[in-house]
Structure formats: C-alpha cells, structure tokens
Design a protein around this ligand. Structure first.
Ligand code: G3H
Ligand code: 13P
Ligand code: ZN
Length: 314
C-alpha cells in the first residue's frame, strides 16, 4: 500500500478519543525503531521530516527508507509529513516530492500574513491531494511566576481567532499553543497546559482536528541514564503523560514527538560507551539505541491510546 494522508486518521482519532503519534525521523535507525514499534502495536503512524532532517539525511535517502517501511507494513497507514515548513517554496517542494501532508508554520508572522501564506500553501497542496497543517499562537511554557497572566494569554492560541483562521484558510488541521514548547526544557516549575483553549475550539468547531507540538515527556529513565553516563541535563522537564492522554481524548488528533526519540538514542549510546569504553562498532551502540526507541514508542502508543487502531484508519 502507498503512503496515505491524515484525513481518515484524524476522523477516527477525533471520534474514538485517541491521537496519532507524529515522530520525527532523521536516519535509518530512528525510523526502524519507530516502525517496529508500530508494526507490533498496530497503530496508525505519521513520520515527520523537518527542514533540518532534509538537509542532514537528504530527501532521497529518507524517502527510500520510508518507502521500505511502507512496503513492508501494508496493514499500517503511514503518512509522510513536513514538520515546520517555513515558507510556500519549502511546502511546494515537499508536495512535489510526494509528501502526503505538509505543515506551514506561519506562527511567527502577523495574523494576516499567517493567513496569506497558509492559504497559498492550502491552494497548492489541495490541488495535489495533500493535506495541510498550520500553526496559530506561539509555543512556550505557562509559568505564572515568570510571565504575567496577560503575557501568557497573548502567546496562547485565541479560540475565536482560530475559528476565523480555519475558515479563511481552509486548512485541514491546526497546531495550537497551549503551554508546550519544543526541546527538553519545557517547564521550570509545575507543568501546566491550557486545556480550556482546546475545549473552547472544540465547542466552536466540533470535529476539527488539533495538533499538539512540543509533546515529549522527557522520560525519567533516559534522563537518568544521560545524567549518569556523563551527560548534563539535570533540569530537563517534559509534558506529563497524563496530560498527553487527556489531550488525546479531546480534539488533539496529532501529537508531535522528537525530543523523547533523541533522548532514548543518546541515553543508550552513552550507556554503551561508558560500560564498554573499547567499543567502536556502530552496530553495537546504534543497535541498542534502536531497541530503546522501539520500546519507548510502544509505550507512547498506549499513552496516546492509538495502539490497535491501524485497521480503522486505512
Ligand atoms: O520541531 C522541531 C523538531 O524537533 C525538529 O527539530 O528542526 O532540529 O530537526 P529539527
Ligand atoms: P518535542 O521537542 O517535545 O519532541 O516536540 C517536537 C515537535 O513538536 C516537532 O514538531
Ligand atoms: Zn513542532
């Protein structure tokens, strides 16, 4: 079976109270780790590729790896998505390269400019049967000690603006700012998410799929290994898994995870190097790293509640 877009996945995820995991891929081992977890858990999958990944691995290599994954797993719906496309040209290139979903991230623009560029991408992508994710609001933690309540509100997605944005652009899904941020240092104090933003959009636009970026949990297991074996990430903190499960039961249909993959890989490689300082066969440290990714992704699929949902998304 060929790559699919995310329409059916999001319909099913919305209806049945789960979210599809969108995992960032940069090389073969990361992709294989994710795929073997998905194949065992029978979950729908979004493989996402950032501009940095395209530059690092080159699209032709990534595409070839993904093609093998798709061919070997005909019972699993797999979408290939551009993560954080920054302008029309990048999105157009990815549509032309065979992506089934693209993100145009115009969140750094004014509201009107964001609408303009998103609309341009939607017109081109839809003409080629490709779906589009956009972003409104700015990612960042909600820490009342650090930022005043007014400032926080200014960065979160405004539900009324979201409705206007969706209607004027014709976009297929929307990434919302609800207090998460990218990377391993999301919160300095107790993690807090603005579930009310999701609720309000859900009420105003029932059935419309929302996306949660910056959704890694910074798992203790990997943080501890990294810190034990020479790394220095003592203050790393992610989104609690209960919060992810709660969001997945609401209108959040896609949950983006990259940092947790990076930390699993890094933790295992550090462990091998520390325990076997003479090791220099890449298979001996990339192999365990790939296994750690697989185990971590399997666990995530249950957090997202999407294990066993592959068939209904085909
Ligand atoms: O949203 C960011 C993702 O973690 C991708 O990161 O641009 O370094 O590949 P990257
Ligand atoms: P994390 O850094 O929390 O993994 O978020 C990744 C992401 O949002 C990619 O778009
Ligand atoms: Zn993101």
């Amino acid at each position: 079976m060929a790559l699919v877009d995310t329409k059916k996945m999001f319909q099913m995820a919305y209806k049945n109270g789960y979210a599809v995991g969108a995992f960032n891929v940069n090389n073969m081992e990361i992709t294989q780790g994710i795929i073997s977890a998905i194949a065992e858990e029978k979950a729908p999958l979004i493989l996402q590729i950032s501009r940095g990944a395209r530059e690092y691995a080159s699209m032709s290599y990534l595409r070839a790896i993904i093609d093998v994954a798709v061919e070997e797993n005909p019972d699993i719906p797999i979408a290939m998505h551009l993560d954080h496309g920054d302008n029309f040209e990048t999105c157009k290139q990815c549509v032309d390269d065979g992506f089934t979903s693209v993100m145009i991230d115009g969140s750094h623009h004014s509201f009107e400019e964001n609408i303009k560029v998103t609309k341009q991408v939607v017109e081109y992508a839809h003409a080629h049967n490709v779906v589009v994710e956009a972003e409104l609001g700015q990612l960042g933690g909600i820490e009342e000690d650090v930022v005043g309540v007014d400032d926080v509100a200014a960065h979160l997605t405004d539900p009324n603006q979201a409705v206007e944005f969706i209607e004027r652009t014709g976009v297929d899904s929307l990434a919302v700012a609800i207090g998460t941020s990218h990377g391993a240092y999301k919160f300095k104090t107790e993690p807090k998410l603005a579930f009310d933003v999701i609720e309000k959009i859900q009420k105003l636009m029932p059935g419309f799929p929302l996306v949660m970026h910056g959704s890694s949990s910074v798992l203790k297991e990997f943080k501890d290994l990294i810190n034990k074996y020479g790394g220095k990430m003592p203050d790393a903190m992610g989104v609690p898994e209960e919060a992810i499960t709660r969001a997945a039961k609401m209108a959040i249909c896609k949950v983006n995870i990259d940092t947790d993959l990076r930390m699993a890989l890094t933790a295992k490689i550090r462990q091998v190097f520390a325990e076997k300082p003479g090791e220099f066969d890449p298979r001996k440290y990339l192999g365990p790293a790939r296994e750690a990714i697989k185990a971590m992704v399997k666990h995530k699929l249950h957090v997202l509640n999407c294990a066993g949902r592959a068939a209904e998304c085909l």
